[in-house]
Design a protein around this ligand. Structure first.
Ligand SMILES: [Zn+2]
Length: 320
């Protein structure tokens, strides 16, 4: 792929101030959460890939005193982010399969309760979850994915389900989905409230919106501090259970429920995320792979939250 990291870094350096993207409180009502650490020469297309070794680059972040959200107060423009994700290299690792398996397991009881007509995944990657939703009984599935290389890596039958680009409400019929999923993506978008509101309008009454987000208040993330993988240049905001619940409620969802969520991954993947020197990490992964230990699947709650909310069946004005 011929991409130009330098040029892209400059594009990403055009920054615009914003208020809290969940509750709208101005940045004066926020306290500093994290000082900026950006090296434009190190920002490259892989910085926006979904799974990679942590780089410990981040934009300046503040913590909203009103809704508890941590957010970048001067993010790059929506267009710059869309471009960055469009050309992002895709790490087509088996972790995506493990992640989808974890999500489906956690959604089992929800899916049994829903009408299994149509499902949509925002940020679908190669569409692995769509396979699982089909197998779970959904009649039709669709996905949206901005990374061209991720879509290209999808098998042809799944590619037919995937719309390449940034999620736009107008690309879909109102009230046409029973389930919309958005996993590990709400941190990456410029306007998460706008997405939650758009999804509400795309859901049939009684349909569900499910997200998985990092929890910056979790013990693991607090212990790691700025060595946590959640501290990342890709993340335009970081949620806590309180702020993600607030987002759902403000968008008009009912029966909003948040729960801690354990991901099940291979040991080699967990090792890749460890805050230890790169050389030590490589030797550890090599040893694990040589012994087969690296393929062991382990479930850890690394501080993620799964939230479910429903479109009210009585559409008393809040939906539009
Ligand atoms: Zn706020």
């Amino acid at each position: 792929m011929t991409t130009e990291p330098q040029k892209q870094g400059m594009h990403l350096s055009e920054r615009l101030s914003r208020s809290c993207p969940v509750c709208g409180a101005s940045p004066e009502h926020a306290r500093e959460f994290l000082a900026e650490q950006i090296d434009p020469t190190r920002l490259n297309t892989f910085s926006f890939a979904s799974r990679k070794e942590p780089e410990f680059l981040n934009y300046h972040m503040v913590q909203c005193a009103t809704c508890d959200l941590v957010y970048v107060d001067q993010p790059p423009s929506q267009e710059a982010l869309a471009d960055a994700y469009h050309v992002a290299d895709y790490d087509s690792a088996e972790e995506a399969v493990d992640a989808a398996t974890s999500y489906l397991r956690e959604m089992q009881s929800l899916m049994a309760r829903l009408h299994q007509g149509a499902a949509l995944e925002i940020g679908t990657g190669t569409g692995i979850l769509l396979d699982g939703l089909k197998a779970a009984g959904f009649a039709s599935v669709a996905g949206v994915e901005p990374s061209a290389s991720a879509v290209a890596a999808a098998p042809p039958y799944r590619r037919a389900w995937i719309r390449e680009g940034i999620f736009h409400e107008k690309d879909f019929e109102p009230e046409s989905f029973d389930l919309v999923c958005c996993f590990m993506t709400m941190e990456h978008v410029r306007d998460p409230l706008d997405i939650a509101q758009s999804v509400l309008r795309l859901l049939r009454p009684g349909g569900a919106f499910v997200t998985v987000t990092h929890d910056y208040r979790s013990i693991v993330n607090r212990a790691l501090g700025r060595r946590s993988p959640i501290i990342d240049v890709e993340h335009m905001q970081l949620f806590s259970p309180r702020s993600i619940t607030e987002l759902y409620t403000r968008a008009g969802y009912t029966d909003v429920h948040a729960k801690a969520f354990a991901n099940r991954y291979a040991l080699s993947y967990w090792t890749r995320l460890l805050p230890i020197p790169a050389g030590m990490k490589r030797r550890l992964i090599k040893a694990q792979n040589a012994t087969g230990l690296g393929q062991w699947r382990l479930a850890f709650n690394v501080g993620n939250t799964m939230v479910t909310g429903f479109r009210p069946t009585e559409t008393a004005g809040s939906a539009r």
